[in-house]
Design a protein around this ligand. Structure first.
Ligand SMILES: [Ca+2]
Ligand SMILES: [Zn+2]
Length: 442
């Protein structure tokens, strides 16, 4: 096709352009109908990549796209690569930012970014991206293919909530809304693209909330509270004459003093009690630095409290998992009928909801290779422990109910004893729950 193909914006996002031929915008930030900028309250997004269905090297091409925006020195915004995923939950408002590939038909749309947002505050909640595999893709700029990094850089601009530009005068910009096969010019940002991200997410001291030329630092960027709440403070360091302000993005965190200051100072705040069963996260923004506040849920007996020591439990295999708020009563891994000498291995993992987010690790020892623990990766494949310990699930509070690997006839399994390990840790194994279960195939 030699026709230029339109890149459309979003499933959930309708916008209007007010352009005349003489009205050329440098960049266009998303706005609510009330005129408020739509943007993230955080300056860092962790993005998970599912390159199934994409061309080879898509992973590095997409990472390069994200890095291009992260590298803008006048913006504090960073994209963080969260890892590979098998999720295809494109467009799901699940606070998980997924990039994937899938057929969407020959419809003029090369890729689509969906965004969930508050139409009142403009706060963004979720975004996902899908490349349309009804078109042909490559990662090397081949003339008859669309280039993943080229379109990816454009789409990650939508993640920030920059809009498409359609004037021919904008044709060299990454946010230009048309693209051609073989095109790679969107891989690098135009000054107007740079100005767009810097406008929405200025680097501290670069303007916005703060005095130009000043730099600011805060004493903590992460604070945790129990369900009963309480008060806390964060100190701000900067030079005399440098002004700043502080705000909370949630109603349950109230700034009690230090909503603004000049020079070094202290921001004090209170956290109200959390009467819900689940944990919650809010942000305090101080001089454009984000301080994350996490508070555990309160109703005991509904959540499993995160570990505070190193605790290990071992149990002979059970056919069905047992869920409990008490880790010592939990049997999080069930194995099917092989637990009682039967002929089928069917592994299920069931874990109670946790009082806060943790990383979950799954490992297995095989009878024919008993010295190598195999670790389940987030994409469902295994790696040897010698290649590193990686979480099966990252930063989740559960609950988890999953079947792994389907039903496997025991006939296909090597004889001997199998050991399966499941671990929950929120602090990289400084403290943890570790369960071991074992069964023998005869
Ligand atoms: Ca999502
Ligand atoms: Zn676009």
């Amino acid at each position: 096709m030699n026709r230029k193909t339109l890149l459309l914006k979003g499933l959930f996002f309708v916008f209007f352009l007010f352009l005349s031929s003489s009205d050329i915008l440098a960049y266009q930030a998303c706005k609510t109908s009330g005129g408020t900028d739509q943007k993230w309250t955080t300056s860092s997004l962790t993005v998970y990549l599912n390159t199934a269905g994409g061309p080879s090297n898509s992973l590095s091409a997409l990472q390069a796209s994200m890095q291009t925006w992260t590298d803008v020195s006048t913006s504090s915004f960073t994209f963080v690569y969260g890892g590979a995923t098998t999720s295809t939950a494109y467009g799901a408002n699940d606070s998980s930012y997924i990039v994937g590939f899938g057929p969407m038909g020959i419809n003029g749309t090369l890729a689509e970014t969906s965004i969930w947002y508050s139409s009142e505050s403009g706060q963004l909640y979720d975004t996902d991206l899908q490349f349309n595999t009804s078109y042909q893709w490559s990662t090397d700029g081949s003339s008859t293919y669309y280039d993943v990094q080229n379109i990816g850089t454009h789409e990650f601009g939508h993640f920030l909530c920059l809009e498409d530009l359609y004037s021919t005068a904008d044709s060299e910009k990454t946010m230009y809304g048309y693209a051609a096969a073989g095109e790679t010019k969107k891989r690098t940002l135009d000054q107007d693209d740079i100005n767009g991200i810097a406008y929405l997410y200025p680097s501290s001291g670069g303007g916005g909330d703060g005095t130009p030329g000043c730099t600011y630092s805060v004493s903590s960027t992460y604070l945790s509270f129990t369900s009963s709440g309480g008060s806390g403070s964060v100190s701000v360091s900067t030079l005399p004459g440098c002004t700043w302000s502080a705000s909370s993005n949630v109603t349950w965190i109230t700034i009690t003093s230090g909503t603004s200051g000049s020079g070094g100072g202290t921001v004090s705040f209170s956290v109200s009690s959390n009467s819900t069963s689940s944990y919650r996260i809010g942000n305090i923004t101080i001089a454009n630095q984000t301080v994350t506040v996490i508070q555990t849920g309160s109703i005991q007996g509904i959540t499993m409290t995160l570990p505070t020591t190193k605790q290990s439990y071992s149990y002979a295999a059970v056919s069905s998992s047992v869920k409990s708020t008490n880790p010592s009563d939990s049997r999080p891994v069930g194995v099917g009928s092989v637990a009682t000498g039967g002929g089928t291995l069917s592994i299920q993992v069931v874990l109670n909801q946790l009082s806060g987010p943790a990383d979950i690790y799954f490992g297995i020892l095989l009878p024919d290779d008993p010295n190598n623990l195999y670790i389940l990766r987030s994409d469902g494949t295994f790696q040897a422990m010698s290649s590193g310990l990686v979480p099966w699930k990252s930063s989740t509070a559960g609950p988890i109910t999953e079947s792994l690997f389907g039903n496997i006839p025991a006939l296909f399994l090597a004889q001997g004893t199998y050991r399966i390990y499941l671990a929950v840790t929120s602090d990289s194994f400084a403290t943890y729950y570790l369960w071991e279960t074992y069964f023998t195939v005869l």
